[in-house]
Design a protein. Structure first.
Lengths: 104, 104
DNA sequence: ACAATATGCAGGCTTTTACCTGCATGTCAA
DNA sequence: TTGACATGCAGGTAAAAGCCTGCATATTGT
């Protein structure tokens, strides 16, 4: 998993919206997704390409259509590597911060 | 919490490294952090400014020094809103994907 | 076959990002 | 008080990001 690609992919609101849309209904085509994001189709293609390159989305060609599916694995990896780490130390970190803000 | 600022802040490897450094030793000064990131001090300042603007880092002035502390709250918010959502559906999503890749 | 549909590809434009250098300001300690 | 140290601030540049238009290709249904 390329953490940098995943984080960069998540950094754009349009791409997060695309993930949300796929979470509501998995397997949508490019055209379907385009109806929800108010943007030229070609721009959506770019965004989906970035999501796919980060392995956050996998696609399947069916005739002239392209179906898009969420791949939850890299998000889980990010969670394990980044979020959980800070979650574990969360109370300690909050304590540090509070103490310092109080003027120690 | 501004989710967009948080995601954009996390999108840069240098900034993620800064968070890691602070996780190892909370409350470091700008100069201390600079020793670890091979970059002009002014660039580090910019990165830290972005982290601070996203509320991922809080700072305290002590004399001529500026101490940097991790604020774990926005990361927790991101976790609740984004990661957990996909975690809950993780097995379903994996199932969708597998079935489609098998040619249905 | 052919018109409509779904997507791919190339190039251009504008804004943002991530660096940098140079100089200014504030603080400490001898 | 003055030299060394820590940080702030103001540009400037090159690369990347995000959007677009225009045209090409592939598939479907009548």
């Amino acid at each position: 998993m390329d953490a940098d690609k995943v984080f960069k992919a998540l950094a754009d609101p349009t791409r997060r919206k695309l993930l949300d849309l796929l979470c509501e209904q998995n397997g949508q085509t490019l055209s379907q997704l385009c109806e929800s994001i108010d943007m030229a189709r070609q721009s959506a293609t770019q965004h989906l390409g970035i999501l796919e390159d980060a392995s956050l989305v996998s696609t399947v060609r069916r005739g002239r259509e392209k179906l898009h599916f969420i791949n939850p694995v890299p998000l889980h990896e990010v969670y394990k590597r980044w979020v959980r780490k800070f979650e574990h130390q969360r109370l300690n970190l909050l304590h540090d911060l509070k103490k310092e803000l109080e003027g120690k």
